[in-house]
Design a binder for this molecule. Structure first.
Ligand code: PHE
Length: 503
């Protein structure tokens, strides 16, 4: 029987009694590992060879782990310094012990947290004690580090290995190892004799006309062979969805707004009829800028009209807040907590000139809030801002716009709840249902701008507006339960790689 050269070499190097690693077979057959693997799969398809697979774990020290194994663990240094300082007899000032330990920077925190975890002693209100019974000399994590460094992983304690991996001192790499074994048919084939045929991977006119094609073996392609996973760079789904949102809104007749991330409180809050003592304006909620501390220019006539709206309200029956309003506060610079600052800039006529209704604008841009991080909150997120300026708008227009917009993203179960904003009346919060947890999730806030907002801006028809969360939209579309998996420093790369993008 004639077979391609590589197959013959692999057959001859394989054994019927034991599995042989494909790398060893390749070396003996004088083939590259890839060529030997391909030949092995071809032979397996013909029943002459059995290919088996095994996943091996390799432990490797990280740079930090390597440093500790050569020196010592930070908590061991801390313990030594604490003992020297007499902390075994009672609490000692922490600063003194840390100073003597030679630990610096991030190593101090690492030492403290592991010291406490391993009960080397107690750390309480700036003081430290050392537990005399602790035995850092035979610290299981250090022993495991040493075992890995010496190539004796089997001696290491499994819990200690886990802990080291969590501490980032160790990395586990997985490797797939393939082995081959001759089958009975393989043995028979070898006994009957296999000959190497000249292999050809391309059929040429010469081969055809000369008739030589009858004597050559053609390279086989195994289209089902396992291919290596290659994770290439790709557009992040959040960015991809942002672009889809933009396309959708452009398709609905909207134009895009742009403007500063750091802006005057005037545009972020005052134009929106948010009283200067409103709790959402404090730095508990918003990030203030130190440099520059205030904006260079505000349109003086608009400042006057906004001041007057805050003090006296608008129209003959107007009611203002009767609380102090100063231009100094309005000039203060913050990172925008919403992109409604852009809507104010555009509606004022100072961005693209006077607007002539009907007009529609949107932005999909980042906003910044001093929130507490949790599964649905980040310090920065993307807001889908938008507004429609037209005569006689109603709540039905608002709801209809959302229904049409969210439908494009497969979300058809929107719910609306009456809400309060200082700048819109009526106001509505929007909710959708999380596809995995069934929980009702807030996705946005909206309303129809009050006259106290529109009159100073010089707008004399209706404007309906909204701010929706892009991240929450993504959670509803993809079923993500923790936004921190999707972006930010803790993001789950595996999840991002495997998520099939909805187009
Ligand atoms: N600025 C609001 C928010 O951030 C959203 C909004 C914009 C509401 C415009 C009404 C009108 O929640």
């Amino acid at each position: 029987m004639k077979r391609p050269q590589a197959q013959v070499a692999v057959l001859q190097a394989a054994d019927a009694q034991e599995d042989r690693r494909i790398d060893d077979v390749a070396a003996e057959a004088d083939l590259k590992p890839e060529a030997a693997t391909r030949a092995a799969f071809e032979l397996e398809a013909d029943g002459l060879l059995a290919v088996s697979e095994e996943t091996l774990e390799h432990y490797e020290l990280t740079e930090e782990g390597d440093q500790y194994v050569r020196e010592s663990l930070p908590e061991q240094d801390l313990y030594e310094a604490a003992i020297d300082a007499g902390a075994a007899d009672g609490p000692v000032q922490m600063g003194q012990v840390i100073g003597a330990s030679g630990l610096e920077g991030g190593a101090v925190d690492i030492a403290l947290s592991n010291y406490a975890r391993k009960a080397y002693g107690e750390i309480d209100s700036g003081e430290i004690t050392a537990n005399q019974d602790a035995d850092p000399g035979s610290d299981p994590e250090m022993l495991a580090l040493e075992a890995v460094a010496d190539g004796r992983v089997e001696d290491a304690d499994a819990d200690a290995l886990d802990q080291l991996e969590r501490r980032g001192l160790l990395e586990v790499r997985e490797e797939t190892v393939r082995s081959v074994r001759l089958t009975d048919d393989g043995v028979t084939a070898l006994m009957e004799g296999v000959e190497a045929a000249e292999t050809v991977d391309q059929l040429t006119p010469e081969l055809l006309t000369s008739g030589e094609w009858e004597d050559v073996a053609f390279t086989e392609y195994n289209v089902e062979a396992d291919a290596e996973d290659v994770s290439h760079g790709k557009e992040h789904i959040l960015r991809q969805t942002a672009n889809r949102v933009k396309d959708t809104l452009v398709g609905m007749g909207f134009s895009e707004m742009e403007g500063p991330h750091a802006d005057a409180q005037f545009w972020i809050n005052d134009c929106l009829f948010m009283p200067q003592d409103h709790p959402a304006r404090t730095h508990w909620d918003q990030f203030a800028l130190e440099e520059p501390e205030e904006i260079g220019h505000l349109p003086p006539d608009l400042v006057e009209r906004v001041r007057s709206a805050h003090k006296e309200g608008v129209g003959p029956d107007g009611e203002g807040y009767h609380s102090p309003w100063t231009e100094d506060i309005a000039r203060g610079m913050d990172l925008r907590g919403h992109t409604t600052s852009l809507s104010m800039r555009y509606l004022s006529g100072h961005q693209v000139g006077e607007l002539d209704p009907p007009e529609r604008y949107f932005s999909v841009e980042k906003v910044y809030r001093n929130d507490t991080l949790d599964p649905t909150h980040l310090l920065e997120f993307f807001q889908i801002e938008g507004w429609v300026m037209a005569e006689d708008l109603s709540v039905r227009d608002l709801m209809g716009t959302f229904t049409e917009f969210y439908e494009q993203f497969g979300i058809t179960d929107l719910e609306f709840k009456p809400h309060y904003n200082p700048y819109t009346e009526p106001s509505f919060e929007l909710f959708g249902t999380h596809p995995e947890t069934g929980e009702v999730v807030e996705v946005g806030n909206s309303g129809i701008f009050r006259n106290e907002v529109l009159t100073p801006l010089g707008v004399d028809c209706d404007v309906m507006a909204w701010g929706l969360s892009l991240e929450r939209l993504l959670m509803l579309m993809y079923g993500f339960e923790d936004i921190r998996d999707v972006h930010g420093t803790l993001c789950d790369l595996e999840l991002l790689r495997e998520t099939e993008v909805i187009r």
